[in-house]
Structures are given as C-alpha cells and as structure tokens.
Design a protein around this ligand. Structure first.
Ligand code: PLP
Length: 371
C-alpha cells in the first residue's frame, strides 16, 4: 500500500516516525537527565489540578471493571461546566473522546467527501490536515477563495496565537464551507479567554448552529482538547459539541467502546468543580506571559512575539533559523525544552515557548543568554 508522506516533518526527531506521524512537542522530557520544565507544550502552567488528580488516583481501585459505556457521570459534569444553566438540553450534543485527537479523526471520517481547507492563518495545528489526507480529501490552500466540503479552523490558533471573535468566526464559516459541508472549529485554547469564555464561544450559539444546519445543511462541530486547560496530556481527554444529537450518535456509532478510560473519566468528573484552579489560570497566565515576553524582548529586541495576551504560550519569530535552532539546543541542554517551529510547521525561524512559573522562566532566560 503506498504511503502518503506529505504531512511528515522535514527534520523531526526522537520518538516520532517522521514518515508516518505528525511531529508534536512534549516528548523530550524523559530523555533529559537535568529536566526542569517542559516549555514545548501548551499545557496549563499550574500542572494537574490536585483534587482531580487525587480522584484519578483513587479510581485505579476500580479499574479492574470496565468504564461506563455512556461516559457518565463525567459527560454530564462536563456539560454542566460548558452550559451551567442549559446543560440538560445541551448534553445530548456532547461526546467525550480519548483526547481531541480521537474525535478529530472520527469527525473527519464521517464528513462528506471532497475538499478540505484549513483556517485563515498561515499555519495551524496539523492533526486536522493529517486526518483529511488519510481520508483522501483534496487539500485546498489557506489562501484559496474556494469553499470546501470540510473546513477546520483552530481558534485560538495553535501555534500562531491568532483569535477570531464570534462575528468574524461566523463570517469565516459562511465564506468557506459549502452547503451540506462540515465546519470543525477547535476551541481547545478558548477557555483561557476569561471567566466569560462561554459567551465568546461557539458553544453558546445553539440557535446560529441550528439555523445553519436547517438552512444550508452545514454542520458545525466545536472541538475541545481538555489535556491543555487541565494539564492532563497523559490521561487523554477531549470532547466535541455536535450540531445535533443525531450527529453525536453518528460519532458514537463509529467510536471504539470505552475509549475514555476510568481514570480519565474520574479526573474529568472532579476537575470541572475546581473553580480556584481556573481563577488562578485566568489571573496569572496573562501576567506570567507578559513578564516572559518583557524579559525576552529586552534580551532580543529583534524578535517578534505573537499571540493573544491570555494564551498559554508565546509564538516567537527570531527572524533567523540559526538563532531559533540555537535557542532550541540551549533550552534542551538546560532541561527546559521549547518547541521548534521547523518540524511539522516548517517555519524554521520560529520557536514556541509555554507560559510557565517565573522561577522556571529564569532557567530558560538564563540558558538563552548564551545565544
Ligand atoms: C489546538 C489543539 N487541538 C487538539 C489537540 C489534541 O489534543 P489531545 O489529543 O491531547 O486532546 C491539541 C494538542 O496539542 C491542540 O493544540
């Protein structure tokens, strides 16, 4: 069987099979004997919320049983978190997955065949593209004015840090999705927006989504990876809000049973109640982000810093591929790996740096002084 390697990175390394898999950050920490902090992923700087971590640890006790086939009560708990007052009417549109990655692939598998296009930014998180290629879609470029059968937009965009507010987002969907098509909007990083994130999110737009489906047959899916906000990448947790309960059932029909395990479900069921963790997240992420940008800007005035102020990472254009490479090397050597823009994104002058505790940032900044 021929293998399409067009999404493979040019110079990925470590555990990734560059011919078959998409490169991601977060794999180096085990290889570093002096590991301090992982700046190569976009997870929450506050680490795993402790009460939910405890609930997850306790759930090992009953992991000799199968997990619930209906994902309950965790699914309803997440629904209550997403729609505090309307969760009972909304929860039938929601389904959990083994990370967003599983759901990205499932939704693209059941999407109408034809053309695929990414969002409007110069690059975006690549798993949508990988899945579309694997499922034989015809790929359109981000700057085409053609509408596609399936359009995927990451908002806020990892890695560029761009963000569309609802009116712009709706205009983009109207301009880029064919009647009968799918729009998959990834809002994994959107809850960082603020305490008011729900009202800025497509999850609050039920009437709009229903109308689009009724009048043009366009199905809008809102994808969330929960492994970033609640810092649990190893547990694997994602969800998708479907346009209708029928779409949710169509995913359920093709989803492998028990794909979300007992430990991840216990974690989710508890974490949605951790208001203190989110309060810290909303308060301190922008402050720590700004402090990191200020420190780096002072050292490297020629670097450009991209991304909205509330995000858990900084997308940096060093303007010079050799400088970016040196930054990646120095950070790794100091036990604070950062994400290079070269593998996967093919943007060799860029690096992506996570927002982290100031003491950990000092280690990174200390290392980068040697550039
Ligand atoms: C925007 C975005 N969506 C989805 C994912 C997939 O996350 P997971 O499968 O860990 O839930 C990621 C991971 O980096 C991401 O950045």
């Amino acid at each position: 069987m021929p293998t399409d390697t067009t999404t493979a990175s040019v110079s990925s390394s470590g555990p990734w099979d560059a011919k078959l898999q998409q490169f991601h950050g977060g794999q180096e920490w085990t290889q570093l004997s002096n590991f301090v902090e992982d700046f190569s992923v976009t997870t929450n700087p506050f680490g795993m919320p402790s009460a939910a971590k405890l609930a997850a640890a306790h759930s090992i006790e009953h992991s000799h049983h199968y997990p619930p086939a209906d994902q309950e009560p965790a699914k309803s708990s997440l629904a209550r978190f997403l729609w505090p007052s309307e969760f009972e009417t909304e929860r039938d549109r929601l389904i959990l997955g083994n990370g967003a990655s599983e759901l990205i692939d499932l939704v693209i598998r059941m999407a109408p065949a034809g053309t695929w296009r990414p969002g409007p930014f110069y690059t975006q998180y690549k798993e949508y593209e990988r899945s579309a290629r694997n499922n034989n879609f015809t790929m359109l470029s981000p700057d085409t004015s053609d509408k596609a059968n399936v359009a995927c937009l990451v908002n806020p965009c990892n890695p560029t840090g761009d963000y569309l507010e609802l009116p712009e987002l709706k205009a983009w969907i109207s301009a880029n999705v064919l009647p009968g098509g799918y729009a998959i909007i990834d809002e994994s990083m959107q809850p960082w927006h603020s305490e008011q994130f729900r009202k800025h999110s497509l999850i609050s737009q039920r009437e709009y989504v229903e109308e689009l489906y009724r009048e043009q047959g366009i199905s809008v899916f809102v994808m969330h990876s929960w492994t970033k906000l609640w810092c649990c990448t190893g547990l694997r947790l994602g969800s998708v809000v479907c346009p209708t309960a029928e779409h949710m059932r169509a995913i359920k029909k093709i989803q492998v049973p028990w794909s979300v395990n007992t430990v991840a479900l216990a974690f989710l069921n508890a974490v949605v109640d951790d208001a203190e963790y989110l309060k810290d997240t909303w308060e301190l992420t922008p402050a720590w982000r700004k402090a990191t940008v200020d420190q780096l800007r002072e050292l490297f005035p020629e670097w450009e810093f991209h991304g909205r102020e509330f995000l858990s990472w900084i997308w940096i254009d060093t303007k010079d591929a050799s400088v970016a490479e040196r930054a990646v090397e120095l950070a790794r050597a100091a036990g604070v790996p950062v994400r290079s823009g070269r593998p996967g994104y093919n943007l060799p002058t860029f690096i992506r740096v996570a927002v982290r505790h100031p003491a950990k940032v000092d280690v990174l900044v200390g290392a980068l002084k040697a550039i």
